[in-house]
Ligand binder design. Structure first.
Ligand code: AOF
Ligand code: ZN
Length: 362
C-alpha cells in the first residue's frame, strides 16, 4: 500500500507544473528526469481532452540546457501533437536542441504529418523519450530518428509516465476503456435506501473532488435508476471549458425529455442493454480511454462481476447508516482484500481510497 504524496498518491491530481527555470549559462541545468517531470506535468493538462489519443507533453532545451519551448497535446482544441506544439512555441532556431517527450514521436501520417520528420527537419541533436509507443500505426519513431543521426535516449521517468497514461495504454492493449467505479459509502459500507431523493453520504469536500475525476474522464456512466431519481447533469463544475465528458445512461427505462441529461451541454448516449459484454462493447466503440462510473449497486456489481471494473475509488464517510442503509458491495471484505490499495487520503471528514481491482503484475 502507498499513501500520501508519492507518484501513485497523486492519482487524478495533476502534478503541479515544475517551476524551476534554467537561467544563465546552464550551470544549474535541470537534469533529464527533472525535464521529463516537467513534460509529464504539461501532459497532464490534457486529461479528459485527448481521447482517443494519449496525453503527451514535450519540453525543448537549447545546447546550454535552457528551456526554449514546451507544449502538450490537447486534441479537442488542436490535432497537433505535443512535439509540434513545443516546436511552434520556440522563438529561436532549434538546430542542436534537445526535445524531452513523454511518448515516442510518431512516425506516421494520421491527423497530422509524422513528428519524426518535424524533429529531423528542425535539426534536433537529441531526443529523450519516456515511453515507447505501443500503438502499431504510429511506432518506429526511435529507429527513424536514429537513422537520421539523432541521439535517442529511452525510458526516462517511464514508470510515472506509463502510470499517468494507464487508461490509454489499457485501451490500446485490451481494446476497451479503463473503467473507474466511484462510490460514496458510510463507515459500515452502506448506501442510503430512500424515497428517490438524492442522499449525500459524502462530504462537500469529497463531492468537489469528484468534479476533478469527472473532468479527467472521457465519459461518465450512470444507470437509468440514478438518472430518474437524481436527475443529474453530470457536468464537471471546475473545468476551464472545452468539451465536457460524454454522458452514458445504461438501462431499459426511458428518461423523460425534460431531464437534465437531454440538454445540449454534452453528448449523451443511451445504452438500452443490461448485458455487461454489450455495454462494454458499445463503450469501446466510442474510443474512450477512461470511463468514470457513478452508477448504483446493481449495474456496478454486474460490471464488477463480469471483470470490467479496473479501479475503484471509495469515499467513505465517518458515519454509519446501520439499518437505514443497504450494503453496496456483495462482499466488501473479499473484494477489498483481493484489490490493491494504491492510495488513501483524508478529504474533509471522509477517507478516499483508491484501489486497482486486478493487482499489478498479478
Ligand atoms: C497524440 N499526441 O502528442 C503524440 C501522439 O490520430 P493521430 O494522427 O493524432 O495519431 C495519434 C497517435 O499518434 C497516438 O495514438 C499515438 O500513438 C501517437 N502520438 N499522439 O495524440 C501526441 N505524440
Ligand atoms: Zn506525432
Amino acid at each position: 500500500m502507498t499513501s500520501g504524496m508519492d507518484v501513485y498518491g497523486l492519482l487524478h491530481t495533476p502534478i503541479s507544473c515544475y517551476s524551476k527555470r534554467v537561467e544563465g549559462d546552464g550551470a544549474e541545468a535541470m537534469n533529464a528526469s527533472e525535464l521529463m517531470q516537467r513534460a509529464l506535468s504539461l501532459s497532464e493538462k490534457g486529461y479528459g481532452k485527448t481521447y482517443p489519443n494519449p496525453i503527451v507533453g514535450a519540453v525543448i532545451t537549447d545546447a546550454a540546457g535552457t528551456i526554449i519551448g514546451e507544449g502538450c497535446h490537447q486534441r479537442q482544441t488542436s490535432p497537433d501533437h505535443a512535439e509540434i506544439v513545443a516546436i511552434n512555441s520556440a522563438q529561436q532556431p532549434l538546430k542542436g536542441a534537445t526535445i524531452y517527450v513523454t511518448l515516442e514521436p510518431c512516425n506516421h501520417t494520421g491527423s497530422t504529418p509524422p513528428c519524426t520528420e518535424a524533429i529531423i527537419d528542425a535539426q534536433f541533436a537529441r531526443v529523450v523519450i519516456s515511453m515507447r509507443d505501443p500503438h502499431e500505426v504510429a511506432s518506429g519513431g526511435v529507429e527513424r530518428l536514429r537513422a537520421a543521426g539523432i541521439d535517442v535516449d529511452l525510458d526516462v521517468l517511464s514508470e510515472a509516465v506509463q502510470f499517468s497514461n494507464r487508461s490509454w495504454l489499457h485501451k490500446i492493449h485490451t481494446g476497451r476503456p479503463r473503467m473507474i467505479w466511484k462510490v460514496a459509502i458510510s463507515a459500515d459500507g452502506k448506501i442510503a435506501v430512500g424515497d428517490g431523493e438524492p442522499t449525500w453520504i459524502s462530504s462537500e469536500e469529497s463531492r468537489a473532488d469528484v468534479q476533478t475525476l469527472r473532468a479527467q474522464s472521457d465519459a461518465i456512466l450512470i444507470g437509468t435508476g440514478t438518472a430518474l431519481s437524481d436527475n443529474p447533469h453530470l457536468i464537471p463544475r471546475n473545468t476551464s471549458g472545452g468539451k465536457y465528458p460524454d454522458r452514458i445512461v445504461v438501462g431499459l427505462r426511458e428518461i423523460p425529455s425534460t431531464h437534465n441529461l437531454h440538454d445540449s451541454s454534452a453528448v449523451t448516449h443511451f445504452i438500452k442493454n443490461q448485458n455487461p459484454d454489450k455495454i462494454v462493447s458499445e463503450l469501446s466503440s466510442y474510443g474512450y480511454n477512461q470511463v468514470l462510473l457513478e452508477c448504483g449497486p446493481t449495474l456496478g456489481n454486474a460490471l464488477l462481476g463480469a471483470g470490467y471494473i479496473d479501479e475503484l475509488i471509495i469515499y467513505r464517510s465517518p458515519d454509519s447508516l446501520g439499518m437505514e442503509g443497504a450494503q453496496l458491495f456483495e462482499n466488501e471484505k473479499a473484494l477489498l482484500a483481493s484489490a490493491e490499495l494504491m492510495s488513501q487520503i483524508a478529504i474533509g471528514p471522509d477517507t478516499k481510497s483508491h484501489y486497482f481491482i486486478a493487482k499489478r503484475g498479478g
